[in-house]
Design a binder for this molecule. Sequence first.
Ligand code: HSE
Length: 436
Amino acid sequence: MRSIAIGLLGAGNVGGGVIRILQENRDSIERRLGAGVQVKRVLVRDPSRGRDVDVPEELLTTDADEVLADPDVRVVVELIGGIEPARTYILDAIRRGKHVVTANKALLGQHGREIFDEATRCGVSVFFEASVAGGIPILRSLREGLASDHILRLSGIVNGTSNYILDAMAREGSSFEDALAAAQRAGYAEADPTMDVEGTDAAQKLALLALVSFGIRVDPAEIPTEGITRIRPFEHQMARDLGYVVKSIAVARADEDGPMLAVYPAMIPRGSLLADVHGSYNAVLVESRALGRSMYYGRGAGMMPTGTAVVSDIIEVCRGLQSFAEGRPPPQAFSRVEEGRPKPLDDERSENYLCVHVPNVPGVLGRVASSLGEHGVSISRMNQEAPGDSETVDMVILTEAVEEAELRAAIATLDRFEDVLAPTHRLRILPPDPLD
Ligand code: HSE
């Protein structure tokens, strides 16, 4: 049986998963493909380091050229992450006519245009399923399964670490720090977990989802992004009392006047589809014109789930090699991609949770309520909680639906009040899922 040689750049957590899946599923992969997949070379930093998987020592190298310049290697799998040297290695592989599989959303976010253009020029593919939502075949579903449909909107939970943290805080009352440490131990977090908890990782994934869904390329750094670091047990308690759960949500919509993209923590109604996504699981809810709503759910991080996405990409490339169908459009899904800029969120309307920290003195509530009223923010519910000392209170205010720009102006005014002792905490409240 024919064997297709691949080279791996990196054999860490995900690389280990890839090697294990190729070893454990060798027979079924060969049956599907009609060819074997042979790992020919593996670039590692330290060959003597202990690994979770058995890799024959003679495959390991610390010299990238031994992978990139090997004429037998048809597919280069980049799993080292980060921008450099990953970018240089990928461009080098492409220019040598090798197909690329990568899980590197940060790199594709920053240099996607250069990489895809070069791949098109050189007639090779760059597959990147593992870069979004770990093991869920979401890009493949959008690209192939929904190729016939017009995608209108996506909303999802695409960062396993944030979801794990928020879930542990809500379910077990863990502190943010303990929950983050547990997510790191489980191998979900990025090397720099700031990327996870500040929403950067989710924004990078959202940019790729928008590329594959709408054919629009945006710079992830331009996506309005809020992290979860300000969420306290108090917000979870309030959410529970009010019938909500706190989740970090990524949303994208293709409007006539440009794409709307955002990442933010929000209160979502208990019982809605995304509310029941727990732990490191991810889910993406897609709304498309003909199909309506469809949801894609699964493990969004971790060695084996992410490894499956990488190996499926390897198999897809190898299928192309088997069938001589190498001239197909690149896997960014659209042959013609438009450059786009996310719209400002100013006109977006939402209900909101506000938590205003004020001294416990007469008249404050009135001043806060009047100021919100002057900015056109209508209050639907109000509650006061003393956080321990009776000197100050957390005033919880739920607003009726209001435009983003108006709400921002109202919060900016509030936060200039002498009475307001800490920046006002705001979470959007998302509506229930439609019933149809
Ligand atoms: N750090 C990412 C997450 C891993 O937590 O979702 C998968 O991209």
